[in-house]
Design a protein around this ligand. Structure first.
Ligand code: ADP
Ligand code: MG
Length: 728
């Protein structure tokens, strides 16, 4: 039989490019075409209903029954006009991808076919969703789960080649009110942040009534031809390559980064952008990333709830459209060992209803003080809840990426740039050397020197997991396949908590007679002092940092089961409970879901490792050994000097050694699994897998990769790194 690798190569060379999509209009004209937007609402709704719906949208409420009927009629009319045939409540269970269950508009009334979509169908559904992860919540409480429209996120139409579906973004909740999704806690964390931030804003400006967190998430991914993908069971089942020798040419040359986008990838991106824009996703940038065949796209930032929904839709689109182009998109955090992994950089800030970005330094002392309040509070929040933030980005996939040489380490730290650092240090301990005629700026609040400092936008540090980038923080440690809501829930809540603390402290000082501005500066100083350890300006990839971080008492938790402990700490339980995000059971349920998810992934990988070692790596090696052995035998028969085939004997022995390693290590791995499986609970089991089973992956892989480098190319049937990464 022909080597499937070579057949794949042939297929790829004969690919006919997907015909280009014809854009019937400019991007600005197609933007939001498939969204039930405010403009569309105005057109389809009566003035009175429109006003009520708008109010509900702004307050993040679910809609009241009174307007559900007229709104659903309008949505139905719009969706049918657009050619949609089905509708679905679209929600975000803890599986990671969005879920949907389609119902047809079609109904039969008195033998007649009609299109129906009632207020009830819009407002609430009870999907048979019992198989979504719930961490035991629904067996303890109630089996039923409900979805209800979250009208702060617009209804949209999802269009595929074969049809259009009306999607209603919904929350997913159990009968007794526990959240089973990402959206409910996200909305709650946004509300907590809103309240706490408005309270603090009102120290400065009483007109501010609303603060929303904003999110702009950059999405990295790899593209690969589907013919190769289909030959890699590890990619199909685990999303990453579990084996594969390093290509001679890795990313050393860095020539892919921002280079010309290859034609097929370009065709894919073009279509991705087109479809995303139609759904109102403000996709703005596209470019090559550092690794070969790695790309990135980024929408403009939006209100967080909508940005999170859009992030989920975007991942779905990337996956679907890649398939149309005979490509596969890899959203895994680390599809290839030794090559850069993929992240989803969460750019985060807070915006007011008066149009102010709270992380933009102002142009006068008062505005600068306001900036400093929020800036130092965020730093303090990250310091206080670093472990929970670390937990919120943990997954089996991201474990491979964090701390690998090209991604931020598992140590949470904050980068703010050297100039801001200097300024903060100066605030904490004003230098004595100030000239006489220059009054102590900080006492008088003439912090007027700050604005110029911000113009320097080159002060960047790509090695930091949490970096200030001029007017926002960028949480770079988030994994590429993650739902951004998970870390954003923690960040919003932690900042809300510290803003409350800030206010409480300032109020107490004012009560004791301290001036408002001076009181705020006191607390800023205190926050900066006590959170100093989290600030790091150096190279986050270096070994020195690992040592220094340890000396500073910062945690460096490398694996998910250990990182997740933070969710169960008293501090985390109190944080989430006091801010109304999760009850203790809900938090625990979430913990269980993530631990289960980790276990499932690592078990699949363990199965694959053993299976692929035996069925894909050993057979071609044995084949080659046989050839060599008959050669050696023939040489002996011909009476040749042993020296003639000495090297071949060595190779036969080497191959034998690696084969033995694969089999022996496989047996050890099986034993380690047996032991891990006997642990009393999922926590202990997950930790045992992380500590005792996982290390075998690397060892077995190393033996397999050694074989790959010994066995003749024509015998090896798993696509190699150089092919998957470089052949376009
Ligand atoms: P940079 O040069 O820092 O990467 P970009 O303008 O390319 O800046 O922004 C990167 C991402 O950050 C984009 O998704 C952008 O929309 C987002 N972003 C910009 N401002 C904000 C903000 N105030 N809040 C949240 N995200 C923001
Ligand atoms: Mg980036």
């Amino acid at each position: 039989m022909a080597n499937p690798r070579f057949s794949a190569l042939q297929t790829i060379q004969n690919r006919i490019p997907v015909p280009p999509i014809t854009r019937k209009a400019r991007p600005s004209e197609i933007f939001g075409e498939n969204v039930f937007s405010k403009t569309v609402m105005k057109h389809y709704l009566s003035k009175e209903v429109y006003k009520k719906l708008l109010a509900a949208m702004e307050h993040g409420a679910t809609i009241d029954r009174e307007i559900a009927d007229p709104v659903s009629s309008a949505i139905k009319a719009w969706a049918l006009d657009k050619g949609a045939t089905h509708f679905t409540h679209w929600f975000q269970p803890l599986t990671g991808m969005a879920a949907e269950k389609h119902d047809s508009f079609l109904e039969f009334a008195d033998e007649e076919a009609i299109d129906k979509f009632s207020g009830d169908e819009l407002a609430q559904q009870e999907p048979d969703a019992s198989s979504f992860p719930n961490g035991g919540l629904r067996s303890t409480f109630e089996a039923r789960g409900y979805t209800a429209w979250d009208c702060s996120s617009p209804v949209f139409i999802f269009e595929t080649t074969y049809g259009k579906t009306l999607c209603i973004p919904t929350i997913f909740v159990s009968y007794t009110g526990e959240s089973l999704d990402y959206k409910i806690p996200l909305l709650k964390s946004m509300a907590a942040l809103d309240k706490a931030a408005v309270d603090v804003c009102n120290f400065f400006d009483k007109r501010i009534k609303r603060v929303v967190p904003t999110l702009g998430a950059e999405q990295e991914y790899f593209l690969m031809d589907e013919a190769y993908y289909n030959l890699r069971p590890d990619l199909i089942l685990s999303g990453r390559t579990l084996m594969g020798a390093s290509p001679a040419r890795g990313q050393q040359l860095d020539d892919h980064y921002f280079g010309a986008i290859p034609e097929r990838a370009f065709a894919f991106m073009n279509e991705l952008e087109f479809e995303a824009l139609k759904m109102g996703i403000p996709l703005k940038t596209r470019h090559n990333e550092v690794a070969p065949s790695q790309f990135e796209c980024a929408p403009r930032f939006e209100e967080m709830n909508v940005a999170v929904d859009h992030g989920q839709i975007l991942m779905d689109l990337i996956d679907r459209i890649a398939r149309k182009h005979k490509l596969r998109a890899l959203l895994h955090e680390k599809p290839f060992a030794g090559i850069n992994g993929s992240g989803k950089h969460n750019n985060w800030s807070m915006g007011t209803d008066t149009g102010k970005n709270l992380l933009t330094p102002g142009s006068n002392p008062q505005e600068n003080l306001m900036f400093l309040v929020f800036f130092s509070t965020v730093i303090k929040a990250v310091y206080e809840y670093a472990d929970v933030l670390r937990a919120s980005i943990s997954s089996a996939g991201n474990d491979h990426r964090l701390g690998a040489n090209e991604a931020p380490p598992a140590i949470v730290s904050v980068f703010i740039g050297s100039q801001l650092s200097k300024m903060l240090d100066e605030i904490v301990s004003p230098s004595r050397k100030r000239k006489k005629d220059q009054p102590s700026a900080y006492m008088k609040l003439g912090i007027s020197k700050i604005p110029e400092l911000f113009l320097d936008n080159t002060d960047r540090n790509r090695t930091s997991p949490f970096a200030f980038t001029g007017n926002k923080f960028e949480f770079r440690a988030v994994g590429s396949s993650a739902n951004s809501a998970r870390p954003m829930i923690v960040l919003n809540t932690a900042v809300a908590e510290l803003l409350q603390e800030f206010k409480k402290k300032v109020d107490a000082k004012i009560k004791r007679g301290r001036k408002k501005e001076a009181a705020m500066l006191d607390v800023i100083r205190e926050f900066l002092k006590t959170s100093k350890a989290i600030r790091f300006e150096g190279d986050g990839y270096s070994d020195e940092w690992v040592k220094e971080a340890e000396a500073r008492g910062l945690a460096n938790v490398k694996q998910t089961p250990h990182a997740m402990d933070a969710y169960l700490s008293e501090k985390a339980v109190n944080l989430f409970f006091n801010n109304g995000i999760f009850g203790k059971e809900e938090l625990h349920a979430r913990y269980e879901v993530f631990i289960e998810n980790y276990l499932n992934k690592i078990k699949i990988e363990a199965d694959l490792m053993a299976d692929m070692g035996l069925t894909a790596a050993i057979p071609p090696a044995v084949n080659y050994q046989r050839t060599l052995l008959s050669n050696i035998e023939a040489a002996a028969d011909a009476g040749l000097n042993k020296k003639v085939v000495a090297a071949q004997v060595k190779i036969v022995e080497k191959i034998g050694g690696y084969i033995n390693d694969i089999v022996d290590l496989g047996e050890e791995l099986a034993k380690a699994r047996e032991k891990a499986d006997k642990q009393a609970d999922a926590t202990a089991e997950a930790k045992a897998y992380a500590e005792d089973v996982f290390p075998y992956f690397e060892k077995i892989r190393s033996a397999i990769d050694s074989l790959e480098m010994l066995v003749p190319d024509e015998l090896w049937s798993l696509p190699k790194y150089r092919e998957m990464l470089f052949v376009k």
